[in-house]
Write a protein that binds this ligand. Sequence first.
Ligand code: SF4
Ligand code: ZN
Length: 307
Amino acid sequence: MKCERCENDAAYVRKYSGQGLCSGCFSDSILRKMAKTISKYEMMRRGERIGVAVSGGKDSLALLHALSRIAGDRDFEMVAVTIDEGIPGYRDEALEIASEYCRGLDVEHHVYSYGDLFGITLDEALQARGSEKTTSCSICGTLRRRAIDRAAADLDVDAMATAHNLDDVLQTFLINMISGDTKKIGWMDPSSVAGPSRRIKPFGEIYEAEIVFYAFTNGIPFQTEPCPHMNEGIRTELREFLNGLEEAHVGAKGSLYRSVLKVAASMRDSARVEKSQCVECGMECTGSTCAACTTAARMRGANRMQI
Ligand code: SF4
Ligand code: ZN
């Protein structure tokens, strides 16, 4: 099969459209899709300073790579942020890859750790959890969201970009539905102001499989060591379920995504919440203490009791 745009052989075929593209034309198409998403949701303006959350995995390094390709034309500055959860043996490889990659792209790179921000590492929090049923990813996610907010404030960025792709959005939607956490669905747009910093997802309308191919075809290095807690939650099962659904019913993910946006918009309209300031960290929240500070304090207390 030939590339639809040039004379080369096709290297990737999009099942949902039948479009075959060579590596170069495929990469260009990803940049165009990303630029379209950025414009559609007015994610950034000229001259802005954009933080990029870089975990060291394929998605976040691909995002850094893709954004660096359009930064000149779109006139924005980038600063990369890595959050170190404090998971022994896992984050070290990622930190090395992330800082090396940022150096190669000449992008400023900063690391923020749960230990420094909340006085407890994820590993300590998980040990202190005892018989509590909260999953590792739920504790980790609560702390990470706030860690990113604090990094954004510290680095004075206009918006913080994360590498969430279309598959991530669908999985998160289903997780929120299953756990009954419907309030969060209102903030599922690729661009939102759910926290104190503007959050943008430039890959939010691109399939995970396409990001993987983009990373592969552009020779982007990424962390191979998976997080030891990644299979504790339901996300991996939902990923497989959605992939199976798409395989059997091509286009199912795209339809579900469009429905998610509609549900999110109507939820958002009906759930305007009063905002206040967290008494612990001073960041915006909906009560007196934010979820991250509450979680960290509970875990620090349990940790001290164990000692
Ligand atoms: Fe944190 Fe879960 Fe991701 Fe591991 S898989 S880094 S515990 S959110
Ligand atoms: Zn081509």
